[in-house]
Design a protein around this ligand. Structure first.
Ligand code: SF4
Length: 367
């Protein structure tokens, strides 16, 4: 640990071996201190949140990932697929609300191509012209591009022209091919996921990146995963934030696995903050990890809590997350952050601060 601590203080890049050593350490206070040192270099004492809602247009999916509690087959009980009229109504609900982002991901539908998704974006933009559209995982994109006989670049250009602003980080799961073949063997490979994000970055479309952890993978696989993200970021600088996603074990084919402990979650955040020296933000997605752990994660390198959500996502509630109807007011988010000793900052999707009246009022009453 001594040489790693020296490297961190000297702002030197950690090796994969260093990251593995950190994962094997049980010294959580030391990891917290080191991760906090680095998070302060990136983001000072700021902790970000945004006003967002999710749209999950369908849970009908051609794939059968073992960790997934969300997907259904076409016609299966519990499946849904919104019409454009229904999507228009969902978007219209937010017309008078100060949301800045819609996050759109869903199942990989058996019939829909790029034209369908361009139309979906246009329907939302007609109702909410100013909203930032962060949409479609690389897994969804690969299939829609193939169905429309478009290259990654052609498909992304068409979606960007329709109003796509950035990509979410989902679908990365764990890049190691052996583990990937066990938990999601038929969907986009690691290489395809990385290739699509690289193509997006080259077109000026930034993205997020994720890692699904706490299932069959070992620490080595997490380090390999983050190394590949770090390499791509060195080339493109297109990732905004890294989001570790914890495997939750209800209602899926890996339910026999126990969920890992909160200490492991916090350690994972700290190692990510220390290893990913070129990705500016680290997010604790609170609907997945729970409010209490998300708040604690602020002491382990995390600087972003995600957003208000407005009870608009089912992905983690269907997998057994604590919040079955995830929704937080900006007041609650500000309190959660300031009670942990950080300064809450409302951000837009590209981490530019938004100073609104309600945020200013909440800030002054909490600090
Ligand atoms: S994780 Fe995504 S691609 Fe896999 S089954 Fe679920 S919805 Fe489909």
């Amino acid at each position: 640990m001594k040489s790693i601590i020296e490297k961190i203080h000297a702002a030197e890049r950690l090796s994969a071996e260093d990251a593995l050593t950190l994962y094997k350490s049980d010294d959580l206070p030391a990891l917290s201190e080191l991760a906090t040192l680095v998070r302060k270099k990136f983001n000072g004492t700021h902790a970000f949140f945004n006003r967002n809602f999710h749209l999950e247009p369908t849970n009908i999916c051609i794939f059968e990932c073992d960790f997934c509690s969300f997907s259904r087959k076409l016609g299966e009980e519990g499946s849904w697929g919104y019409s454009f009229d229904e999507i228009k109504k969902i978007a219209a609900n937010y017309k008078d609300k100060p949301v800045t982002e819609v996050h759109i991901v869903g199942g990989v539908h058996p019939k829909r191509g790029v034209d369908y998704y361009c139309e979906l974006i246009k329907v939302i933009k007609e109702e909410l012209p100013e909203i930032h559209i962060k949409a479609f995982t690389a897994v969804e994109l690969e299939v829609m591009f193939a169905r429309s006989k478009m290259s990654h670049s052609e498909g992304l250009k068409a979606l960007k022209f329709a109003g796509l602003d950035s990509l979410p980080g989902g679908g990365a799961e764990i890049f190691d091919s052996e583990i990937r073949s066990k938990i999601c063997k038929t969907k986009a490979t690691a290489e395809t996921w990385l290739c699509i994000h690289e193509a997006a970055h080259k077109l000026g479309v930034s993205s997020n990146c994720t890692m699904l952890y706490g299932h069959l993978e070992k620490y080595e696989h997490r380090v390999d995963h983050m190394s590949r993200l770090r390499e791509l970021q060195d080339r493109t600088n297109g990732f905004n934030t890294f989001i570790p996603l914890k495997y939750r074990h209800e209602n899926n084919s890996l339910s026999y696995l126990p969920e890992i402990s909160e200490e492991e979650d916090l350690k994972n955040y700290a190692v990510a903050r220390l290893f990913l020296d070129n990705i500016p933000h680290l997010k604790a997605y609170w609907p997945m990890i729970g409010r209490s752990t998300a708040q604690k994660s602020l002491a382990f390198g995390v600087d972003d809590m995600d957003g208000t959500i407005d009870d608009s996502t089912k992905i983690y509630s269907m997998a057994g997350a604590e919040d079955q109807n995830p929704s937080m007011s900006t007041n609650e988010l500000c309190k959660l952050i300031s009670n942990a000793g950080y300064v809450p900052i409302e951000r837009d999707s590209l981490y530019r601060p938004i100073i609104s009246q309600s945020t200013t009022t909440t800030l002054s009453s909490n600090l």
